[in-house]
Write a protein that binds this ligand. Structure first.
Ligand code: PGA
Length: 265
């Protein structure tokens, strides 16, 4: 099956109104005409997950572009007395196409569990938003040879109870924790092997949905490494942290995923 390549930037807690303006402007100017056309025709998808206070700015700046914008997290509740939280309907209000859930930094810092991640995902689906579910093992699990079992459990817990249509609409981002922000990207072969394992796990629930789900790789993705990752059959794009804060670097990663830029899929 032909899956539309997807490249998302994750700004994390970086930026300011002024810096974002320059970054978004720079990004729009750096995209090649081919990538821009592919984005506008839906042959390629790309976007940025911005800090919530800047969703309005992202919407204003990107509305007429082919780029998506989204949030980095969402509440597991629909509305109510949950100080500081942001609901899926609020995210939708800012015309976001997606939100991240279960990023390892939230699993670690905010003690997010698999079941909380699954409830957040449900909130996004109820608003018709595309959940980008982040999974990935810590270094100790990789060293013990239990990385696949760890990630499969995260995927299973997040997708439990979803129907085939809901499952097919998910994006999964495989981000080994030891590769995030460290400059130590997984090799494209290791990443491919985990992506194939994730797809096999999804196929236990639905063959057709497993073929439709986009599985992104994240963890120190750079322009120099993107093409070899994207050449793998089960790597459908990337979730990019640090490199997404550099307009030309991120534009170059997006371009590497452009159909025709490589001989993949
Ligand atoms: P990185 O972050 O590209 O800076 O490693 C990826 C992420 O955490 O999404």
């Amino acid at each position: 099956m032909q899956r539309v390549p997807l490249v998302l930037g994750n700004w994390k807690m970086n930026g300011s109104a002024q810096a974002n303006e320059a970054l978004l402007q720079g990004l729009l100017e750096s995209l090649s005409p081919e990538a821009d056309a592919a984005l506008k025709q839906g042959e390629l998808q790309a976007g940025v997950a911005v800090p919530a206070p800047y969703l309005f700015q992202a919407a204003t700046r990107l509305r007429t572009s082919g780029l998506f914008w989204g949030a980095q997290d969402c509440s597991d509740e629909a509305s109510g007395a949950f100080t500081g939280e942001i609901s899926a309907s609020m995210i939708k209000d800012f015309e976001c196409q997606f939100a991240l859930v279960g990023h390892s930094e939230r699993r670690e810092r905010a003690a997010e569990t698999n079941s909380l991640v699954s409830r957040k995902l449900g909130q996004l689906l109820s608003q018709g938003l595309m959940p980008v579910v982040c999974v990935g093992e810590p270094l100790a699990e990789r060293e013990q040879g239990s990385a696949e079992a760890f990630v499969v459990e995260q995927v299973r817990a997040a997708t439990k109870g979803l129907n085939d249509q809901q499952l097919a609409s998910l994006v999964i981002a495989y981000e080994p924790i030891w590769a995030i922000g460290t400059g130590m990207s997984a090799s494209s072969d290791d990443a491919q092997s985990m992506h194939a394992t994730i797809r096999q796990e999804l196929a236990q629930q639905s063959q057709s949905a497993a073929q439709a789900v986009r599985i992104l790789y994240g963890g120190s993705v750079k322009a120099a490494t993107a093409a070899s990752l994207f050449a793998q059959p089960d790597i459908d794009g990337a979730l990019v942290g640090g490199a997404s804060l550099d307009a030309t670097e991120f534009a170059s990663i997006v371009q590497s995923a452009c159909p025709g830029a490589q001989s993949l899929h």
